[in-house]
Design a protein around this ligand. Structure first.
Ligand code: PMP
Length: 402
């Protein structure tokens, strides 16, 4: 038995999820998921869908001005990767060039999807832990004449946040459509889609929205839709936006493919929680979580690879102390009932990754930092007992939302 017992509600086989997604799912959301299944074309399904769509739009800064044209919110079964593919195939024709701005593993995935689709890829990347300079993005757009660029907001491999608003200004100057991968940020970090000139935002359900995995969400501006229409005939089948526009407006009147109604009901419940908290307050809680967690972990020798000024607030990639492997630490922490992730790609032998997003808050972070502290001690690291938890608490107080 581990000395750190998970909370009473947590069965031993379901550890506290401090991986960067899926994240802990609140009880109300799980209860909504377990409600009897309704017809995909019922009024109940339509109500849930609309609640989920409005929540997503509010998180993206829409909803204050009723005169403003709203983007379409397409919600389908799928994962973040299917949302990425959807964004790409609806805006880029095979043979066309697309600028892929990548600062990590998931940025590179856009390049792989684009190549699989037969597009020509102009990859603009940087060392992991850094950001791609705006000038490099501008140069790529000028040299290629690309009409589309992809940007990963927070790359989950390293936690760095792209300066997407700066890229968007450059994209506008070149009349290019900007696709933003917000899988690891939407719901936890502010994204001003309309004001920022972002044309497509994609996400998935299992991260900062604090829902189970299984929903792919694609938010499509009028400008992006126009680009889709310019491409002409079918661009695929299941992922073709033109099939989804009518059912997403009124699923009681239009069928294209069966909606995952239980997940959408769970989505409506998740949005009720987020709207109850307030989006600005939710973003502030994520800032508080990020700063307090990083402060607590620094006190036990786990430092983020990049400086705070480059990082988002949802994920941290932390270098492990010499002599300890990421996997050994992950296994030791798992014994305390906490799931963390190891680094991706080149960072697999040098870093761990922690998610601090969605419904998590101080209790989850205390458990996580305490488990890491105990595990490091067991693995022989020179850690002062209690230092991580003490610093986490100080950080939490210091960052308290007024
Ligand atoms: N983009 C980012 C930034 C991600 O973090 C992930 C998942 N970790 C994906 C895309 C792919 O999402 P999925 O695993 O749901 O397909």
């Amino acid at each position: 038995m581990s000395s750190l017992s998970p909370s009473e509600e947590r069965a031993p086989e379901s550890p506290l999820l401090l991986i960067p997604g899926p994240t802990p799912v609140p009880r109300q959301v799980l209860e909504a998921l377990a409600r009897p299944t309704v017809a995909h074309n019922s009024a109940a399904a339509a109500t849930d869908l609309q609640a989920l769509q409005f929540g997503v739009l509010h998180s993206l800064g829409f909803g204050q001005d009723p005169a403003k044209e709203l983007p379409a919110v397409l919600v389908t079964a799928g994962s973040g990767t299917s949302a990425m593919e959807s964004a790409l195939i609806n805006t880029v024709a095979p043979g066309e060039v697309v600028v892929v701005v990548s600062h990590g593993f998931f940025g590179d995935r856009f390049a792989a999807i684009a190549r699989a689709h037969g597009a020509r890829v102009e990859l603009v990347s940087c060392e992991w832990g850094e950001r791609v300079p705006v000038a490099a993005v501008e140069r790529a757009l000028t040299q290629t004449g690309a009409r589309v660029l992809t940007v990963t907001h927070v790359d989950t491999a390293n936690g760095v946040a792209a300066p997407f608003a700066d890229y968007a200004r450059v994209a506008r100057d070149h009349d290019a459509v900007l696709i933003l991968d917000a899988v690891a940020s939407l719901g936890g970090m502010p994204i001003d889609m309309g004001g920022g000139g972002i044309d497509v935002v994609i996400t998935a359900s299992q991260k900062a929205l604090a829902m189970p995995p299984g929903l792919a969400i694609v938010v499509v501006s009028a400008r992006a839709l126009e680009r889709r229409r310019q491409l002409g005939g079918p661009v695929g089948y299941f992922l073709d936006w033109l099939h989804w526009l009518a059912p997403m407006t009124d699923p009681t009147a239009h069928y294209f493919a069966t909606l995952p109604t239980n997940l959408i009901a769970a989505g409506a419940a998740a949005m009720a929680i987020a709207e109850g908290e307030g989006w600005p307050e939710r973003f502030a809680r994520h800032r508080q979580m990020a700063r307090a967690t990083r402060r607590g972990l620094r006190a036990i020798g786990l430092n983020t690879v990049s400086g705070d000024e480059l990082l988002g607030t949802t994920v941290s990639a932390l270098a492990v102390p010499k002599g300890i492997t990421p996997d050994a630490l992950r296994i030791e922490v798992a014994k305390a009932g906490v799931a963390i992730a190891v680094g991706l790609g080149d960072w697999s032998q040098s870093a761990i990754r922690i998610g601090h997003m969605g419904a998590s808050s101080l209790p989850e972070l205390l458990t996580g930092v305490a488990a890491l502290e105990q595990s490091l001690l067991r693995l022989g690291a020179p850690v002062e007992r209690g230092a991580g938890v003490a610093e986490l608490l100080c950080g939490w107080e210091a960052e308290a939302v007024a």
